[in-house]
Design a protein around this ligand. Structure first.
Ligand code: PBG
Length: 334
């Protein structure tokens, strides 16, 4: 690298006006970078606020359609759907996840009927369906890996049959990507995209989401640490990602995003598949709390948080701020 010296070099020359700054900007956000997570509930004409996520609601399917039409208008091309079931639909084995008439499948069918172009991502994991909120089947306090995988394979097939475009295993069981890929191939879903939550950490930042889907009060003191990754590790993320790509993942996710920007960067630098990042519920709520207190400037703080995730190497970002950011981008307000 050439040595640059003052005054031949004055870096402030390229920061002088907003037009110059825009033309040399290395990272830009567009609505197509954003994936909007939406929470679905049963019933009709229902909009339920989620107290720990100000501004985020759960919607019945008819209202989800209204949100989808907003997404399309804003240029958001992907949504991720998460169900919140009534507690009488849950059991210790998450049986409703294997029912093709379950809430999420009905929702996928309705959305696809009205908005065939909108890309739908469905989570593959048992936590909205189990009474204890764990992602797998438990026996004697142990989450059983291989038995859980059998269920996840069935769940993925049911979601594929319902018509989603992308299945996203978020459970962190070992070997599930390969088994899901095998079953999809065997059943004719050769073009189904697998978006693997490959580097998913056992994070405190999922708290508000667990309220949103009604899972988590009974997780136990070690939470999900026997299957999600330890926040102290990064080399392990490389192993997780390489295993999942080897087993047939098309895209990988790092989750959460802001406390794990180094992991996003490592995945970007080491692998040739797209890397997404999930700005999770706790990241959303943390920003919103400060914004609502007047401690942070809303648009600037939100935009910077998502821009940083993209700059680290994420090619798309799941964020609850998606509609707000898209609206501002479309109006050239950020
Ligand atoms: C569970 C799942 C979680 C999230 C997405 N899928 C929570 C968890 O692992 O407990 C969290 C998303 C968020 O916090 O916004 N399969």
């Amino acid at each position: 690298m050439t040595t640059r010296k003052f005054p031949a070099t004055r870096l402030r020359r390229l920061r002088r006006t907003s037009a110059i700054r825009a033309i040399i900007a290395e990272t830009n956000l567009a609505p197509t970078d954003l994936i909007w997570p939406l929470f679905v509930i049963d019933g009709e004409n229902q909009i339920q606020a989620i107290s720990s996520m100000p501004g985020v609601n759960r919607y019945s399917i008819d209202q989800i359609l209204v949100q989808c039409s907003l997404a399309v208008q804003l240029g958001i091309q992907m949504i991720a759907l998460f169900p919140k079931l009534e507690s009488d639909k849950k059991d210790t084995e998450g049986s409703d996840a294997l029912n093709s008439g379950t809430l999420i499948c009905r929702c996928v069918r309705e959305v696809k009927k009205r908005f065939p172009e909108l890309i739908i991502i469905c989570d593959v994991a048992l936590d909205p369906y189990t009474t204890n909120g764990h992602d797998g089947v438990i026996k004697n306090d142990i989450i059983l890996n291989d038995l859980t995988n059998e269920r996840l394979v069935k769940q993925a097939l049911i979601l594929a049959q319902a018509g989603c475009d992308i299945v996203a295993p978020s459970d962190m069981m070992d070997g599930r990507i390969g088994q899901i890929r095998g079953a999809l191939e065997e059943n004719g879903f050769t073009d189904m995209i697998i978006l693997s939550y490959a580097a998913k950490y056992a994070s405190a930042f999922y708290g508000p989401f667990r309220e949103a889907v009604g899972a988590g009060n009974l997780l136990g003191s070690s939470g999900k640490s026997s299957y999600q990754m330890d926040p102290r590790n990064s080399i392990e993320a490389i192993s997780e990602v390489s295993l999942d790509i080897g087993e047939g993942a098309d895209i990988v996710i790092v989750k959460p995003a802001m406390p794990y920007l180094d992991i996003i960067k490592q995945v970007r630098d080491n692998f040739s598949v797209p890397c997404f990042a999930y700005q999770v519920s706790g990241e959303y709520s943390m920003l919103m709390a400060a914004i609502e207190n007047g401690w942070l400037s809303r648009d600037a703080a939100i935009f910077e948080s998502v821009l940083g995730i993209k700059r680290a190497g994420a090619s798309a970002i799941l964020t609850y701020f998606a509609p707000l950011i898209a609206e501002k981008l479309n109006a050239n307000q950020i």
